[in-house]
Design a protein around this ligand. Structure first.
Ligand code: GCU
Length: 428
């Protein structure tokens, strides 16, 4: 009995040690993101019969629309606002977050293929000031508990986040700062924040997604979940860019991983989005599909068929071609600011192949007289460049340092934006 007890004790201690080591590695280890793969075909080169592009007007009027249709038709399916511009506002608390912010609940009416559907968005605006830059972000696990408690349940809190074990596992797989965005810091730095829970409308599950109101009708099957999430970002944009308290040209979308893919797509199809922060967006995000040493296009389509239109899921390399690679999605964002966050241990999203994509997309920024990526080293971000790229230690997930970087980046780019400067000088 004593021997068995000892054996159990030793095994339990070893298990705890292993978990502790895995935790430390995941959170602190530095790993080389690998060497940067060679450049893909220049975004300015001839593309499927379209002549080479030599200036920004040819890019904007000819090439960009062609690429937008190619991404929609061959990879993601259609992404567009699905909300009518009309939003109902309900003020929940005009002195939320220790009196620093106003909390409102917006109900957007989605004109979804499955019928009219209400979509709820929480909007926090600082109490000091009048015209704010806005950060639009999907949450993984609810919001700050003070805010959460005031919002209708369970829209903000998916099942997995209702138990401490579920929350701990989410933190382990998606980072210690995934549960709740740092709302107080955002408000203190002068940002309004619009938050939604994508699973409420477009659940991240093949069966639930196929029954979701936003899913296209069975005969069309023209869209997948990434495009549906992009449509939610765009719907929030559509409803809020006319709000007098929001600076319409200073609306940024933030997304981690699968939502990073959706955020890039949203800004790729809609030039009105002011900036994008895509954290570890990986395959079919910022990472070159042709060069990735991480997740391949065939793997992602097999494992997450509902993320893509049925036709791509049925034939991973069918309509998708090597010519249409992800540097072209980044190029569609030119000349807008993009922050690409990466983690050294996150080989699955292949940061080096994302760096190569960003470098190549910079050729389009140059057409607009901008630099794009201004760093040679993946680890030394030039935050004032239009494309900034960093690799932090540790693994996949959102850490508080990722949020700090995101806000620093926005401070630099949105403070410098002419409309904010002139709005400030007009006292609005
Ligand atoms: C999986 C998937 C990735 C995705 C990630 C995430 O790892 O393979 O493509 O980015 O989940 O969303 O966390």
């Amino acid at each position: 009995m004593l021997r068995e007890w000892r054996r159990f004790h030793v095994l339990a201690t070893m298990a705890v040690l292993l978990v502790a080591i895995a935790w430390c590695v995941q959170f602190t280890a530095r790993a080389s993101p690998g060497s940067v793969p060679g450049p893909p075909t220049s975004p300015l080169a001839a593309f499927e019969g379209d002549l080479p592009v030599a200036d920004s007007s040819a890019w904007t009027s000819r090439r960009a629309p062609l690429l937008r249709s190619a991404f929609v038709e061959r990879i993601y399916g259609a992404a567009a606002p699905v909300a009518s511009a009309r939003a109902e506002y309900r003020t929940i608390d005009s002195s939320a977050l220790e009196r620093t912010a106003q909390l409102q609940l917006l109900t957007l009416h989605l004109d979804a293929p499955g019928g009219a559907t209400p979509f709820q968005v929480a909007l926090l605006t600082p109490n000091a000031g009048t015209r704010f830059p806005l950060l639009v972000l999907p949450v993984f696990c609810g919001l700050d508990s003070d805010v959460d408690a005031r919002l209708p349940s369970p829209a903000w809190r998916p099942m997995r986040c209702r138990t401490s074990l579920g929350r701990a596992l989410t933190q382990l797989s998606h980072g210690d700062a995934i549960l709740q965005p740092p709302l107080r810091a955002m408000i203190a730095r002068g940002y309004a924040v619009a938050v939604f829970y994508a699973g409420d409308i477009a659940p991240d599950d093949p069966v639930l997604f196929s029954e979701a109101p936003i899913h296209p009708s069975a005969d069309a099957q023209e869209s997948g979940a990434i495009a549906a999430w992009a449509s939610l970002y765009l719907s929030v944009f559509e409803a809020l860019h006319t709000n007098p308290r929001i600076a319409p040209s200073l609306i940024a979308v933030w997304g981690h991983s699968r939502y990073g893919k959706a955020a890039l797509l949203a800004a790729g199809v809609d030039p009105r989005i002011g900036a994008v922060i895509a954290n570890q967006s990986g395959t079919f995000g910022a990472t070159l599909s042709s060069a990735t040493r991480g997740e391949t296009t065939a793997q992602i389509v097999r494992r997450f068929p509902h993320w893509f239109p049925a036709r791509l899921a049925a034939s991973p390399r069918g309509r998708y071609s090597d010519e249409l690679d992800q540097h072209l999605l980044l190029a569609l964002l030119a000349p807008r600011p993009i922050l690409l966050g990466n983690a050294g241990l996150d080989r699955w999203s292949d940061p080096a192949a994302s760096f190569s994509a960003a470098r190549s997309a910079s050729e389009v920024y140059a057409l607009f007289g901008r630099i794009g990526l201004a760093q040679d080293d993946m680890r030394l971000p030039q935050m004032s460049a239009e494309i900034a790229f960093y690799v932090r230690p540790g693994g996949h997930g959102v850490r508080s340092s990722d949020w700090d970087r995101a806000l620093d980046f926005l401070d630099i780019h949105f403070n410098a934006a002419p409309s904010r400067a002139s709005a400030a000088s007009r006292g609005v």
